[in-house]
Ligand binder design. Structure first.
Ligand code: SF4
Length: 707
């Protein structure tokens, strides 16, 4: 390649919600190097193994979808077709379905991998043109319990803390997060802070002694699913020992008295029985939390992926409100976002339960505001279906056409037997995808070839509310196009058939125009970044929201103790403890939990392309405590069949002394594209939290037998 064709752009890693800045160097149309961006304010040049190996995942032979594909009958193989024809067919199918069955016979299932601009266009297409609220994303499986709890307690879906808080917290309370694997760059930052300040106390709550426990002063090996009982017991200790901040509670909160009654019976002793952790450790934990000058909580899927996910999140936030550990350096509840742009997706309203700018589709005034901003008369009122309900509706024949973009539900959704039956039953499935080997492609009637990192322009928002530009450095292969361009092209063709005047709604020249429209939706809202633009991001680099023309301090939220609720006070919720939905029994006596490995990402379509990343763990295994290995007479690496009330999973067994006896652990990554049989979600349960509608992926009752 001639030296003149060499380029370098600043962008963001496309894996986790840490949102590390990267510099991507290309030569010709090849990515040759990805390094950390030292100027990025969230990551300062640091990358983990996944980020460092990004270059190896680009353009691997045979890994990409290069053209549109169509099958004319369900039992025929798909054939490549021209992209223009595919877009026309997609528009025709949507128009026919609206005509015959109404707009709610269509569902959109999107991804936290999409950029904010993709979300914004899909959301407009679904609600303002098709006329349905059936638009949800895999963020439903990721952060929706955190969202519900933030809104119920603090008044807005806004993580109040920032990464700087990792440097200055005196106590860090990590619950349901293997930060060392899931957010490695943040974990390294925490390690460095602990090395600088050995007095820093780190508490980890997890049924497994994970790698995160390497820096823990106290590990509470809690029984899976009992977090609310633990947090209530900690609050009980704080009340009993007068460790609460009465002034903060009186001046800035409401609802404490009812909660105080509720937690009365959650003594450390009763929690010891329920949670399986020593009462003395619960007391110690409560003291460190309340007495430290600054306590920061880090949490993610262990709390969120639960049938009581909202209650778990809220019960943890209560501890911060009761002790005034919020709105100060080093203090606050801090949900770590799983996906790279689950936050941006929420901002753009790309979920059934949201409208752009953190608005609520059940609120008539919010619907009217969004309709006016989009320039349409009205938006649909019928409640949209959330992920699990959407696939149930497909199975029930209510949703006829499903458009899936950037996600792989035939592996990632719980209760795979049901989900795959739904996909097989759908009248027409459009799969918009970049990678050629996802499990979901087996169900696609029409495939639209999508471009991906590092071929796309746009923005993402990371866990600390920081918006960064994602930049393209190479051209996409074959006919692949940006997700928003594919959505826009279909929207224009669909508008021509059903509402010609609305075609103009999709006349975007580029991503900057979409962002400008999206930013207007945030004006006057809690996340207001109406003063932000591509030009500002270019000139000033990544920015945290809120970002208004007044440019007030947005590093930490709620520093003034004023919350975005009607009373301007934060709320304690009167919530109880609910056991897991899938009870253990004689037939299914083990509690199965799942999680990420350090070097793989979700359903492995990208991360499996980097040979270095598969070395960490080459195959899926089921981990068991030695006591359980002995009980089942299973040797190291013996093949076991794991069964739940829904399906089965076969893998070699491994002993794990860090696992709580009676518990089992399987990594989430491998599915039928990489192993014989379905992945771990053949076992998982689709029961959802009643408020967040997030399924209980973190706990299933299972039995096993040696093969
Ligand atoms: Fe990418 Fe997350 Fe690793 Fe940062 S910590 S390099 S965002 S995977």
């Amino acid at each position: 390649e001639p030296a003149a064709s060499s380029r370098a752009v600043l962008s963001v890693c496309c894996y986790c919600g840490t949102g590390c800045g990267v510099q991507i160097r290309s030569q010709g149309n090849r990515v040759v190097e990805v390094t950390g961006d030292r100027e990025h304010p969230s990551s300062h040049g640091k990358l983990c193994s996944k980020g460092m190996n990004l270059a190896a995942t680009v353009k691997a032979d045979g890994s990409r979808i290069l053209s549109a594909q169509l099958r004319r009958h369900k039992n025929e193989p798909r054939q490549p077709i021209a992209l223009m024809s595919a877009l026309t067919i997609a528009a025709r199918v949507l128009a026919d379905t609206i005509d015959k069955h109404g707009p709610d016979a269509i569902g959109f299932y999107l991804s936290g991998q999409l950029l904010t601009e993709d979300y914004a266009v899909f959301n407009k297409l679904a609600r303002a043109l098709v006329g349905t609220n059936n638009i949800d994303t895999n963020s439903r499986l990721c952060m929706s319990s955190a969202v519900s709890a933030y809104k119920l307690t603090l008044g807005a879906d806004a993580p109040p803390a920032c990464y700087e808080d990792l440097d200055c917290a005196e106590t860090v309370f990590i619950a349901g997060s293997n930060t060392a694997f899931a957010h490695p760059v943040l974990f390294r930052r925490l390690e460095a802070a602990k090395a600088r300040n050995p007095a820093m106390k780190i508490i980890v709550v997890d049924p497994r002694r994970t790698d995160t426990c390497a820096i823990a002063d106290l590990h509470l090996p809690i029984s899976a699913g009992t977090d609310v009982a633990l947090f209530h017991a900690m609050l009980n200790v704080m009340v009993w020992e007068d460790l609460i901040d009465r002034d903060y509670i009186a001046q800035h909160t409401e609802g404490f008295d009812a909660l105080k009654q509720r937690i009365h019976d959650f003594t450390p002793k009763s929690a010891e029985e329920l949670c399986g952790v020593p009462a003395a450790d619960i007391v110690q934990c409560a003291r460190w939390f309340a007495q430290s000058k600054s306590t920061l909580s880090l949490y993610t899927m262990g709390l969120n992926q639960s049938s009581s996910g909202t209650a778990k999140n809220a019960a943890l936030i209560h501890l911060h409100l009761a002790t005034g550990q919020i709105g100060r350096p080093g203090a606050g509840p801090f949900s770590l976002t799983g996906q790279p742009n689950a936050m941006g997706g929420r901002e753009a309203g790309g979920m059934a339960t949201l409208l752009p700018g953190h608005r609520d589709p059940d609120n008539a005034a919010h619907r009217a505001e969004a309709a006016a901003l989009w320039g349409v008369e009205q938006l649909p009122q019928t409640r949209g279906l959330t992920a699990v309900d959407m696939f149930d509706a497909v199975l029930a024949g209510k949703i006829k056409v499903l458009w899936i973009a950037g996600t792989n539900p035939a592996h990632s959704m719980p209760d795979q037997t049901k989900v795959r039956a739904a996909l097989a039953k759908a009248e027409f499935v459009i799969v918009q995808e970049a990678f050629a080997h996802t499990e979901t492609l087996a169900y696609a009637d029409l495939v639209l070839p999508a471009s991906t990192w590092p071929e796309k322009e746009g923005t993402v928002t990371n866990s600390e509310r920081r918006i960064s530009r994602v930049r393209a450095v190479i051209k996409p292969p074959g006919d692949a196009k940006s997700d928003w361009r594919l959505a826009c092209a279909v929207a224009k063709k669909l508008a021509a058939k059903i509402a010609p005047a609305k075609a103009a709604l999709f006349n975007y020249r580029d991503e900057a125009e979409i962002f400008a429209e999206h930013a207007r939706f945030t004006a006057g809202r809690d996340l207001d970044y109406s003063a932000l633009s591509y030009a500002r991001l270019e000139a000033e680099g990544p920015q945290q929201w809120p970002y208004t023309s007044a440019r007030t301090d947005s590093v930490r939220l709620y520093q003034d103790g004023i919350f975005p609720t009607a009373s301007q006070r934060a709320r304690f919720m009167d919530i109880g403890y609910t056991p897991v939905a899938d009870p253990v029994s004689a037939q299914y006596p083990l509690r199965l939990t799942t999680g990420r490995l350090r070097d793989q990402w979700h359903t492995m379509n990208r991360s499996s392309l980097a040979p270095m990343l598969t070395r960490h763990e080459e195959e899926p295994r089921m981990y068991l405590h030695p006591v359980d290995m002995q009980r089942y007479r299973i040797g190291e690496d013996s093949l076991v069949k794991v069964t739940s009330r829904r399906g089965e999973f076969i893998a070699p067994a491994r002993r794990d002394t860090g696992l709580k006896p009676g518990h089992a652990y399987i990594p989430m990554h491998w599915g039928s594209a990489f192993m014989a049989g379905d992945g771990v979600n053949a076992l998982s349960h689709s029961v959802c939290d009643p408020i967040s509608h997030q399924p209980e992926l973190k706990h299933s009752a299972v039995g096993l037998e040696a093969l």
